[in-house]
Design a protein around this ligand. Structure first.
Ligand code: ZN
Length: 247
């Protein structure tokens, strides 16, 4: 039963978000940008909420060693910084961004594949904690993947890919979510004591995406109304996690 939940969640987090993103491409450009901006803020809130209200407390509770749990999260954040330096971890959809123009499409897909692989591990680890927490994390992955996939489509098409080809390659890189998730299933099923370690590390991934990838995109808008909307949407994201956790 658990495996079935995990499989559905992995499909939703990968193929589901990619298909929804490609459907959103049918919207007009201005509408698309609006949806994308709003989603980025909500996703930022859900990522931080899931990390600070879910993963870290759970890891501390199981490990009984706050320094160990938080030390792992800290190491993870530093590791993600290093990885992002060498691989194009997340692409930026902004045309002024240096990477947007210099990045080669295969490298973007590789970085994306690696990221999706980790998302898969995170989803599975969350389901091993509880089904309820698995649902929370799947929603969180879903929320940040849609604007990300939209940005990826933009970069690939900018690099001369047809829409069809961009979709095909995005789906292939999305399948690594399944690979990561199933691999984690096999490993965590036999080594349950690894779960809190994976959760600490997962928290680092979520915090890093929120603060290093999404927040800079939010800061590209500086108008007061935009900023207030962003703040409210971040809080909404946190609130969603808080409320689901309480149910
Ligand atoms: Zn992701």
């Amino acid at each position: 039963m658990l495996l079935m939940y995990i499989l559905i969640a992995l499909m939703l987090g990968s193929v589901g978000s990619i298909l929804l993103a490609s459907a959103l491409l049918l919207l007009s450009k201005s509408k698309l940008e609006l949806v994308s901006t709003y989603l980025i803020s909500v996703a930022g809130g859900t990522l931080l909420g899931a990390a600070f209200l879910g993963m870290i407390p759970k890891a501390i509770q199981v490990l009984q060693k706050p320094e160990l749990a938080l030390g792992l999260t800290l190491s993870g954040i530093i590791l993600f910084f290093v990885v992002e330096k060498f691989i194009l971890w997340r692409s930026c959809g902004n045309k002024e961004c240096e990477r947007y123009n210099s990045a080669s499409a295969p490298l973007i897909l590789l970085g994306d594949a690696l990221h999706n692989f980790i998302d898969g591990i995170i989803i599975t680890a969350a389901f091993f904690t509880s089904v309820e927490f698995g649902v929370i994390v799947t929603l969180t992955v879903f929320a940040h993947e849609i604007p990300q996939e939209l940005a990826d489509f933009g970069v690939l098409i900018h690099n001369g890919y047809s829409k069809k080809k961009a979709l095909k390659f995005n789906l292939i890189s999305g399948l690594t979510t399944l690979v990561g998730g199933l691999l984690a299933y096999v490993v965590l099923e036999t080594a349950e004591r690894l779960i809190p370690f994976v959760l600490s590390f997962s928290a680092a991934s979520f915090i890093y995406i929120a603060l290093a990838d999404l927040v800079p995109q939010m800061h590209s808008k500086t108008k007061l109304t935009d900023s207030i909307i962003q703040l409210l949407l971040i809080l909404l994201g946190v609130l969603i996690i808080y409320l689901i956790k309480r149910v």
